[in-house]
Design a protein around this ligand. Sequence first.
Ligand SMILES: Cc1cc2nc3c(=O)[nH]c(=O)nc-3n(C[C@H](O)[C@H](O)[C@H](O)COP(=O)(O)O)c2cc1C
Length: 224
Amino acid sequence: MATLLVVDSSPRGARSRTRTLTRLFAQRWREAHPSDLIVERDLGAAPPSPVDERWIAAAFTSPAERTEEMRRALAASDALIDELQGADVVAIGAPMYNFGMPAALKAWVDQVVRVGRTFSFDPADTLSPYRPLLRGKTAVVLTARGDAGYGPGGRLAALNHLDPHLATVLRFIGIDRIETVAVEFDEFGDDRVRRSMERARADVEALVARLAAERAAGEPRPAP
Ligand SMILES: Cc1cc2nc3c(=O)[nH]c(=O)nc-3n(C[C@H](O)[C@H](O)[C@H](O)COP(=O)(O)O)c2cc1C
């Protein structure tokens, strides 16, 4: 049995493109792996707090020296990290907002990228002072954009600060297998968005099938 964590970050409900894709991913996952656990984290409905001075002071104090107040300041972060640590696959609904990720998703990133929990820091290690602490997880980024051409080689690829940023932070904590499906043209509301959505749905279905086949074959994960 494995665990799928579904992280949504669109504040929109039924008309959200990313939620449509995360729902489809979870549904197909459930069909392929009926006994897996599916955990849902809705950042769009309940955004995590931005990190503040109390959080930072607590996170950079060694666990043995933390006061009760410091432990309280990290409680939400601990819960989000536990949830991520418990997952084998994390599907992240990530709308593009102003060329990057929505604030709620960035708040989640800031809560889960934490020294001593998801990465280690050894200032004496001159070659590699930062090391990831997570292993063996797959991230599936399900993203949506109002315009089009943000994919590799596209007209607006250089303005896409969402996919590279998310990939950098995920790799920083050790999630080095990242699969991405994107919907574009949301703001045009015409045939192009419908076609893009159809393609994205097909990509999600194919991705779930591919991950299921790999799991059935017990294949080692391909190198990133
Ligand atoms: C605050 C805000 C900022 C946005 N910024 C961009 C942007 O920089 N580039 C873009 O192509 N679309 C942008 N969009 C459009 C969204 O990416 C698009 O509507 C997407 O479908 C949102 O995801 P959702 O459908 O899951 O809510 C923006 C939308 C909002 C509400």
